[in-house]
Write a protein of this length. Sequence first.
Length: 441
Amino acid sequence: MKIISWNVRGLGSSNKRRVIKDFLRLEKPDVVMIQETKKEKCDRRLVGSVWTVRNKDWVILPACGASGGILFIWDSKKLCKEEVVLGSFSISVKFALEGCGPLWISAVYGPNSPSLRKDFWVELYDIYGLTFPLCELLDPPLRNASFTWSNMQESPVCKRLDRFLYSNEWGQLFPQGIQETLIRRTSDHWPIALDTNPFMWGPTPFRFENMWLQHPSFKENFRNWWRGFQGNGWEGHKFMRRLQFVKAKARNGISFLLECLMKRKKMDRDKAPGPDGFTIAVFQDCWDVIKEDLSTTKKISDFRPISLITSLYKIIAKVLSGRLRGVLHETIHSTQGAFVQGRQIMDAVLIANEIVDERRRSGEEGVVFKIDFEKAYDHVRWDFLDQVLEKKGFSPKWRKWMNGCLSSVSYAVLVNGSAKGWVKASRGLRQGDPLSPFCLL
């Protein structure tokens, strides 16, 4: 759980609200406590202008004139509100958190006026005094900075005015929690965050284990999960969502359909799964359930939304490469050694060695060219490949199929096991793709 607290010094400016919204989108907190809103009313529109109202709930403490005010927002999908206590200087919310029991989280904005401080301390005692003394709250070390406010002058004054305090029970519940300052984009206060699990980088990719197929009830469960999903839209999109639905449960025809059936039987069951997490074994053992959805698709582009479902893609690519193999002898010269069935790359080395020996024996002069392409797979242009296929006499429909497979490429970088962002490819061939060797020819 990530909690952010920030004294923004007013929410009247639309530009400031836009900056705050961009900041919260980037940080993705679960709870946001905004102090000094200087707003007597905070409606749905205002909340949407500083964060989002989707799956969010909030409580407000109105400002007194042009000072004070608290806006307390949380993710209602992750935290279930049980109770709210509004004071003159604070908002306290009791949440039910799965696996942790009830949790109290309070947002406090202390008054500047000395005459109000006694009332302020009395209110704090009313909140916490019934369960534990206020003086027993822990002040965790602040990372990234030693202060949270500055007057922004040439001779600056810097103070730590903002902080998180928590009980010993909270510390035992979240022993890895840290308090840190975040980047200041507006206001003279730095936002601070309390992260109970700073080492959680996000969901790790799903990986299907072939041993699950050995369970006697798996196939029947798979059939029920598959048929239990109800969705609208075109077939490729529904197929993708069905697989996502099956993944969630597991954790807790096109014209050449018959060719697909043969190809998927010949493929390695234990090949490492791609980003979709499913191995070829799932398609082999559960084909009678899946094939009904494949048979309703009409073209390769129907599968493009599920280009990351690499097991299915490999079946389609295997079909296309199998058809290409049947006409390669018409397009490839008989002297070519690379990527030709029945020939090995060492054959070319032996032939080159024989040629050099022959030249030496005959005494004739000669020149040997060794041509290599740096990162050849990565530098293939798709429009050039399409022109080559056209010159070779391939039909527009076939070229469209090929382009549909090639242009479905996306890349992601795994950071601590979690995919961070996707980059759309604009050229190149994937190594390990059944089509790539034939395209490089």
